[in-house]
Structures are given as structure tokens and as C-alpha cells.
Design a protein around this ligand. Structure first.
Ligand SMILES: Cc1cc2nc3c(=O)[nH]c(=O)nc-3n(C[C@H](O)[C@H](O)[C@H](O)COP(=O)(O)OP(=O)(O)OC[C@H]3O[C@@H](n4cnc5c(N)ncnc54)[C@H](O)[C@@H]3O)c2cc1C
Length: 383
């Protein structure tokens, strides 16, 4: 049986960010993922400028800039009746920009940086936390050599929307209004708007939307997402809803040739729209999607996930220094998440419910937004 200082479960943006931050401080970190990298993750691949800023701060500026990822500087919102709002996105620190980056590449970049910073990577499927007298003491994992127990002073659960750690520590599932499902595909031979992300606020899928996020001159990440309760209330699958979207006259005009779709994948989203959700437990913290931190209006979760990881790393560092892994000590993480993320999350949830109740007002709002560009920032701050 192994004994580690910190076990991070999941090497997505949240887990790798936490592993980088803690390894850079000299801690012993075991980073576990059930997959090897590079690996895909269903996503719109939209990275707001805040993500680039954090990536730079994690020591990746040179590598990131050299990779020449596809930058985004404009946004377009299309209302249910077809009104269009176009606006500019802000630039961040050190000239950083928003991007569309396939998760295949982005996540591998962060995972490799975690290893470079000193974290040990281990491919295994975590099956459950080890819980003794109410305290988490590590994880049980299925690796190539069989089932093993890895003990740790602290477990950071960043194993995504289907987190086994989160389910074990918090068995009651939140209602469907706090969850969503989404489909992502890549499409070749599509006329894209260069360096502009497009959101289509169609009545059929509100308060969700369809998106086209360009990746180069003729290729885009394309998809749509819906709140889970609304999805269950209608009869169509996400694939059929996407077909309907692609069959709209203005879309047909933009598709060249066969408009080949590939890598179609669906996944779930855990919204951060519950005010008081426990994210700190005796011996464990929940980060990123495992901690329900996706913006309930935009569906963006990468920036919030990375922010939560940095906050978790701060709390973990203090806990290790004090040798105290009780919920009382770790509660600082929960408070920090609440302070940093809840105000935006709350606003997004209010707008989301408002959009659902009064969809017709969206048309007026988008017309109004043409003269009030700060609205773009509300929608796109977290993408
Ligand atoms: C279709 C879709 C489109 C989206 N578009 C966007 C977007 O454009 N921009 C944006 O910001 N957000 C978007 N999101 C949300 C975003 O994908 C997530 O918020 C983000 O991936 C969360 O990162 P994470 O590190 O918490 O979890 P994940 O990225 O899900 O990473 C979790 C990791 O844990 C591993 N894992 C899971 N279970 C286990 C286990 N039992 N044992 C070991 N390892 C395990 C997985 O292999 C994975 O590597 C979208 C989501 C969906 C579904």
C-alpha cells in the first residue's frame, strides 16, 4: 500500500492545474487518470481569455504561444427571431486572448506541465475513496496490475462530471435544473466567421444554445447543449436537435459539399447554480466539474475549474503545513470558491431562468445589446 502526500484524481484542466501548483511548491503529488494523454474530452473547446492568463501564470507562456492556437477576438449572438449582435472580446494580461483549442491538445499541455513540475502520473481508474471514521484517507484504484489502495493525506477530486469521489461523499444528486447535456462535433467544409465564436439562442433549446466555434478557415467545433429538465421534457435526441439546426436555411447555405461531421460525442455538465454545495470534506476537496462549477448560462467550466484548482492548491498547502486535514481546516477552500465564483454564477443562473421564462425578451435584449457592448462580457466572461 502506497502512502502519498496528495492524490489528485483526474488530469483534466482542474486536476492538472492543481497538480502543477502543488508540485511547483515542492509537494509530493500523485496525479491519477483513467486515460493516457493526449485524450479527447467532449467540449466546445472555447477557452476564454482568463484561461490563457492562468496558463501563462503556470509557466506555459512560451510553449502556449509557440503552439499557435486559433485566437478568437469577436463574438456573435443570434436571438430566437434571428436578430444578430456582434461584439469584440477583451484582451487580457500580457496580450493574452481567448482561443478555440481542441481539448486533445490543451489538456495534454497541462498534464505534461504537471509531470515536468514534479507530479507523478499514474494511469488507473479510481473506483472509490478510502473512508475511515468519516475521513478520506486515499483512493481505491484499478490499474494495469489490478486493484490497489493508495493512501494520501489529502485527496483532490477533479474527476469530472461523473466523479466517483463526489458521488461517494455526496450521494444525493442535485435536481435536473442544475444539470445539462450537450453534444459536440467537429465539422469540415463549413463557412466560418474567422476568429469569431457564434451562439445561436434557438427557442427549441433555450435556455441552452447551439454554437459554432471556428478552428481554422474551414473547420469548426459545432454543437448544442440543453438544461437536463428541458431536455427530458421534449422527444428529440441531441443528434436530432443538431440535425434540425444544420437543416436551417442559413446553416445549409454555409455548408460546403457534404459538411462532414466527425468525432460526435455527448457528455454532461454540472452547473454551479446551487448556492451552498459542500466541496470540502474531512480529507478531500472537490474541484472543477466534480465540484459542480460550470457556469449555468454559458456552459463554460474550464476557467472556473482551473480557478477552483488554484484555490484548492492554496488550501492544500496550508493544510499540509499545519498537518490538519479536517473539514474545519479545508472549509477555507469552500469559502474562497464561494467568494470568487458565486457572484457570477448567481447572475448567470438568474439570467438563465429569465431567458427560459421570457424567451421573447431575448430578441429585444439582443437588439439593445448592439448599443450596450458590456452585455457581451456578461455572456462571454466565462464563455
Ligand atoms: C459538449 C460540451 C461542451 C463544452 N464546452 C465548453 C467550452 O467551450 N468552454 C468551457 O470552458 N467549458 C466547456 N464545457 C465544460 C468543460 O468541458 C468542463 O467544465 C471541463 O472539462 C471541466 O474540467 P475538469 O478538469 O473539472 O474535468 P474533465 O475535463 O472532465 O476531466 C476529468 C478527468 O478525470 C478523469 N477521470 C474521470 N473519472 C475518473 C476515474 N474514476 N478515475 C480516474 N480518472 C478519472 C477523466 O479521464 C478526465 O481526464 C463543455 C462541456 C461539454 C459537455
Amino acid at each position: 500500500m502506497e502512502q502519498r502526500e496528495i492524490v489528485v484524481v483526474g488530469a483534466g484542466p482542474a486536476g492538472s492545474t492543481a497538480a502543477i501548483a502543488l508540485s511547483q511548491q515542492g509537494h509530493d503529488v500523485l496525479l491519477i487518470d483513467r486515460q493516457t494523454f493526449p485524450r479527447d474530452k467532449p467540449c466546445g473547446d472555447g477557452m476564454p481569455v482568463g484561461v490563457t492568463e492562468m496558463v501563462y501564470d503556470l509557466g506555459l507562456k512560451e510553449v502556449f504561444d509557440q503552439a499557435d492556437f486559433y485566437p478568437i477576438d469577436r463574438v456573435c449572438l443570434v436571438s430566437p427571431a434571428g436578430y444578430i449582435y456582434e461584439g469584440k472580446l477583451r484582451m487580457g494580461k500580457q496580450g493574452s486572448k481567448a482561443h478555440v483549442i481542441p481539448r486533445l491538445q490543451f489538456d495534454a499541455l497541462l498534464q505534461a506541465q504537471a509531470v515536468r513540475a514534479g507530479a507523478e502520473f499514474f494511469q488507473a481508474r479510481v473506483t472509490a475513496p478510502i473512508v475511515e471514521n468519516g475521513q478520506v484517507h486515499g483512493v481505491k484504484a484499478q490499474g494495469a496490475a489490478g486493484l490497489l489502495e493508495i493512501r494520501a493525506r489529502l485527496v483532490l477530486a477533479a474527476d469530472g462530471a461523473t466523479s466517483v469521489i463526489s458521488r461517494a461523499l455526496q450521494p444525493q444528486r442535485p435536481p435536473d435544473v442544475h444539470r445539462a447535456v450537450a453534444l459536440r462535433a467537429y465539422m469540415e467544409d463549413l463557412e466560418v466567421r474567422p476568429h469569431q465564436v457564434e451562439f445561436f439562442l434557438h427557442r427549441e433549446i433555450l435556455p441552452g444554445y447551439a454554437w459554432i466555434f471556428p478552428m481554422d478557415a474551414q473547420k469548426a467545433n459545432i454543437g448544442l447543449g440543453m438544461r437536463l429538465d428541458k431536455f427530458r421534457q421534449q422527444q428529440l435526441s441531441l443528434e436530432q436537435l443538431l440535425e434540425n439546426f444544420l437543416a436551417l436555411p442559413f446553416m445549409k447555405e454555409r455548408i460546403r459539399g457534404n459538411g462532414r461531421l466527425h468525432d460526435v460525442a455527448t457528455w454532461q455538465l454540472n452547473f454551479g447554480s446551487q448556492k451552498r454545495l459542500q466541496r470540502a470534506f474531512d480529507g478531500a476537496l472537490l474541484l472543477g466539474d466534480a465540484g459542480w462549477l460550470i457556469d449555468p448560462l454559458t456552459g463554460g467550466g474550464i476557467e472556473n475549474g482551473m480557478m477552483s484548482a488554484l484555490l484548492a492548491a492554496q488550501t492544500a498547502h496550508q493544510a499540509l503545513q499545519q498537518g490538519d486535514f479536517s473539514r474545519r481546516m479545508l472549509h477555507g477552500y469552500e469559502r474562497a470558491c464561494q467568494a470568487a465564483l458565486w457572484p457570477v454564477m448567481r447572475r448567470s443562473y438568474l439570467i438563465q431562468r429569465w431567458v427560459l421564462r421570457y424567451p421573447w425578451l431575448l430578441d429585444g435584449l439582443i437588439k439593445y445589446a448592439r448599443n450596450h457592448p458590456h452585455l457581451t462580457n456578461i455572456f462571454l466572461a466565462k464563455l
